[in-house]
Structure formats: C-alpha cells, structure tokens
Design a protein around this ligand. Structure first.
Ligand SMILES: [Zn+2]
Length: 552
C-alpha cells in the first residue's frame, strides 16, 4: 500500500517534542499473535504508548491457526497499529491476497510487496516483502532483481534523495557483518540476500530491520559516505530480530524513538556515532585492494547493482580500472568529475589556467602557486582523483612519464628533483615536484633532513622498497604522506590524525636543503598574476625540448 509521498501532516509546524515517533520492530511472529501482543501490552503499560509496530520475517506460521481467526473476525484486537511484510513461503501466500497491501485485521496492515509508506508524521518506511529469487517470473513470496532496481529507481534517482528513515526486509542483507561486530552463528558472507545489500546501499536507511535467521544481531552503525572524499551523511543501524517466543529468549522486539529525517536539522542528522564503522557493502574506489578483503560483492550475480549505483551517482570510484568492462572499451575514458568546485580539475572554472604549463592525455603540469622556487611544479590528473591510490594504470603510466621527464629536464639544469604527495585534507591529487640545485646538497642529505625533521615532530617516516607501489602500501581511503627522491628512494608516513600540512615544504625550505625557511608557507610566497604568467611562459619554453606530448 502506497500512501503518497507528500501526504503527510504538517509535522513541521508542531513543536520539536512532537516529532519523535516511538516505534517497535519485531522479528518472525510465526503465528504467535497472542504472545506478541501480550508482550506489547505489557511494554506499553510500563513505558507508555508506542506509535507503531513493524513486523519483518514470517508473520504467519505454516500451520493452520485458530488464533488468527480471532483477530480476523475482531474477537481480539492488536493493541497497536501493526504493519507487516508479506509471505516468504508458499504456505502463507494465501494470507496476502492484495499485492498492493491491505488491512488483514483491525490494526494489522499488510504493507504490500514493495514500496514506500509515509506515516502521518513524515516518517518514511521502505518495505520489500519475500525472499530473493534471481529467476523471473518470481512467485508471490519472492522478490527479483527487477523489484529491487525499480524500488531504487523510484527513490534514489532524484538529486535531493538523502536516504530513508526505515527499511524493512525479511532476509538479512548479505555481507552485513563486514567491518562490523560479530554476527554470531550467522555467516553473512554465505547467507542473506545480495539484492537486499544493494537496496540498503542505495536507500541509506537510518534503520534496517530483518529477520528469518532466528537470532538477534544489532550491528554497529555503519557510515554511508566515504571518509575524506564525501560529505558526512547519516549512519545506518542494522538490526536483525529473533522469532517471537523463542525458548532461548533471544530478543525479538526492539523499541526505538525516531524523528523523521525530513524534520531534522541537517547537522543533527549526520552526527556520527562514536562506534560507527565502514560501510559493509561498499565497493570502494580501490576495488582491487578491497576486492581482496571482500571478494564476494563484486563477483556474484547481484554485482550489477553496485555498478549501477556508482554510475548513477557519478562517483569517482566508477572510473578505476574496472571500466575496461564497459561496452565501448575503445572510447577514451572521460575523466572523473569532482563533487563540487575544485581548483585542480582542468575542466573546472576554478582552475588557474595561466599556471598550466603542459597538458598530456590524463595529466597536466602546472606551476605551483607560491612555489618554493620559480620552477616548482605540480603533476596533476586532469580528472578528479584524490590520491595516487585511485589512479588507473594508464594515468599512473603518464604520471611516471612526467616524473621521469622532469627528472631529465631538471638534471640538465643542474638540479635533482624531490617529489612528494600529501593525501590528507586534500581533494585533488597534487604531486609536488621541487627541484633542488645539485650544489645545495646530496640526495642523502635530503633524505636525512626528511627523517630528522620527521622524528622531531613524532612523524614515523618509513623507508619503503624502491619499486613498491603506494597502492599496495596505503590502505584504501587512508591518509598518507610520501616523498620520493631522485634516486627513486621513497619515504612513507601513514597519517593517523594530525599531520602538519606544510611538512614537505618545511623540510625542503629548511637550512639543510634549500635554506629558504621564510618560504615554508606558500601563502608567503605569492606573487602577482603577471609574474606568475611570466614564470609559466618561461617554464613552458624551457621544457619544450622535453615535451613528450608533442611526440608522434
Ligand atoms: Zn578536482
């Protein structure tokens, strides 16, 4: 049953105290209506009235039941407005005649096969009845990939879509235990529905309830955004409930209070609980490495939904190596677009075009604004990538080509170059290339300066093997700093919390290397736009003999 989206009361005008809904969620009732409703009565007597009861899993038992007749005929009555999901098996399909939902008894409503129910308070509840089946057409107690994608299309495709308050499914979502607290005897890599996972991933419910496994599991809340890459969003709480009246007394009824998200202050909504974890379903931009940890989501039949989601949202993670599977492999890949204004995306209006000195296929070179020297340059990807960890093989190849070319270029001018990247509080990858005159110091002096000054600031700088790939060392999404010397030697630091933003510059500007301590902050090195233009033109001209983009 679908109650129109905007057909909600003017809860907005009510005092904030009036916005809270007190709800109960229940696992498989299995036809034990008296036990459930007596329990609800006892709770309400003790704690006051609740607004509604949501039942997931099997509402009816498999055996014929005289108890139900009493509710159906009105001899007994549910003490609370109760909403239930449909059948999960052939035996109970008969109770749910109308696929669009209907009243089963006074105060007991079948929501329907799938849809969104908006309560009078504005509380949005998305429901999906039945269990997963991948073979169309599906019987009345199953849902199909089509059902899930139509729900997602209906809800998630508008740009204003932020999430929903509650998601009700009978099966657990597959992989829900990933990155979470133990799900006990239930192995979430094997059991549960991958379609439900993809639905939860897309809908971003604040609460997700499921049942059928005859056990209680409250997962630690998980986040719906990628740290350091996306704005904070609300977290999701997944709660699986046991069956009513189970002898082990596992929890089957869950009480919670919720203010509909549409009535909430944005800052309040996105507050992160202290124990929040990574999203268990996320296929991150660093697919290759995540893939090793959780191979299943990308390999199984429901994987196309993960891809759909990425494309729809235009996230940068859709453009790593995996795109080679696209139907037009020969077309050049469009570089990723930034989520907002970006100073370094070549296509964005914010970029300072006059500083650009060379443009390749995937990367470009620009003079650093307020550089340490007149020939301090940046290697930047044309599209919006946050760190080298995210780059596809062809972009990495061009980055390396630029590095090698710049090394030769600077060598010809009596300089060795130092390259560093800080993937921390930065949105767009910037590889800083700073030439140091050979007469200043030896490579070992530069290395020592970095190590010593790091130690002074309690920064653990580790020497990593020369040919090692940062991708293999940095955890996906993790912040880091690394410096590469002209010999190819690399020093790496995994940033845990605070990291001095100017560290790389400070070391290079210090007496041990360039000896220009006053220039360690780029803001103190700013020059006029005319001067920047002059320097850029000069660099461009000097670099021309080395310009590989002019080849062939
Ligand atoms: Zn960018």
């Amino acid at each position: 049953m679908i109650i129109p989206y905007d057909n909600c009361c003017d809860g907005r005008n009510a005092g904030s105290y009036g916005n809270t809904r007190n709800c109960l969620a229940c696992g498989d009732v299995d036809g034990k209506f008296d036990i459930l409703f007596n329990r609800v009565r006892a709770i309400q007597k003790k704690s006051g009235n609740f607004d509604l009861l949501l039942c997931v899993g099997n509402f009816f038992g498999s055996t014929p039941d005289a108890e139900w007749e009493e509710y159906k005929t009105g001899i007994k009555k549910a003490p609370i407005q109760t909403y239930v999901l449909g059948a999960n098996n052939q035996e109970t399909v008969k109770y749910f005649q109308d696929a669009d939902g209907c009243e089963l008894a006074e105060n007991i409503t079948y929501l329907g096969r799938k849809g969104i129910f908006t309560g009078s308070s504005g509380l949005q509840i998305v429901y999906l009845s039945g269990t997963e089946s991948l073979n169309e057409p599906v019987p009345g107690y199953n849902f199909s990939p089509k059902d899930v994608s139509s729900l997602r299309t209906m809800l998630c495709t508008t740009s204003q879509f932020k999430g929903v308050d509650i998601l009700l499914t009978s099966p657990w979502p597959k992989y829900v235990g990933n990155f979470g607290n133990s799900s006990g005897e239930v192995d979430t890599k094997k059991c549960g529905s991958a379609l439900v996972s993809s639905l939860a991933m897309g809908l971003k419910p604040r609460y997700h309830f499921a049942a059928l496994e005859k056990t209680y599991y409250e997962r630690l809340p998980y986040r719906n955004h990628v740290v350091l890459q996306e704005n904070a969003q609300h977290a999701t709480r997944f709660i699986a409930l046991a069956n009513v009246g189970n002898p082990e007394k596992k929890k089957y009824l869950y009480a919670f209070s919720i203010v509909p998200m549409k009535l909430m202050d944005a800052a309040e909504l996105v507050k992160q609980p202290p124990d929040v974890t990574e999203n268990p379903y996320r296929k991150s931009g660093q697919e290759a490495s995540i893939g090793k940890q959780i191979p299943a989501p990308v390999e199984e039949s429901a994987c196309q939904f993960f891809f759909d989601l990425n494309e729809k949202q235009g996230r940068k993670r859709s453009s790593t190596g995996r795109d080679s599977k696209s139907p037009h492999p020969k077309q050049p890949r469009k570089p990723p677009q930034p989520p907002g204004p970006c100073w370094f995306c070549l296509a964005s209006p914010e970029v300072e075009k006059h500083l650009v000195v060379n443009i390749g296929t995937h990367c470009y070179l620009a003079l650093a604004k307020g550089g340490l020297s007149d020939d301090h340059v940046l290697i930047l990807p044309i599209g919006h990538y946050q760190s080298v960890v995210e780059l596809s093989a062809e972009v990495v190849e061009e980055v390396e080509k630029y590095k090698a070319t710049l090394r030769r270029f600077f060598k010809s001018r009596g300089k060795r170059c130092v390259v560093f990247e800080r993937n921390y509080k930065s949105h767009h990858l910037q590889l800083q290339v700073i030439p140091v005159p050979v007469s200043c110091c030896a490579t070992d002096d530069i290395k020592d300066a970095f190590i010593t000054q790091a130690q002074e600031q309690q920064i653990e700088l580790l020497e990593i093997p020369e040919h090692s790939d940062i991708k293999q060392i940095a955890q996906p999404g993790a912040a880091y700093f690394y410096v590469e010397l002209d010999t190819g030697e690399k020093l790496f630091h995994r940033i845990k919390k605070n990291f001095p933003l100017q560290f790389g510059r400070e070391v290079l500007a210090s007496e041990a290397i360039l000896n220009i301590p006053g220039k360690s902050d780029w803001r103190q090195c700013q020059i006029s736009k005319e001067d920047e233009e002059t320097l850029a033109r000069r660099f461009q001209k000097d670099f021309e003999p080395y310009d590989f983009t002019l080849d062939d």
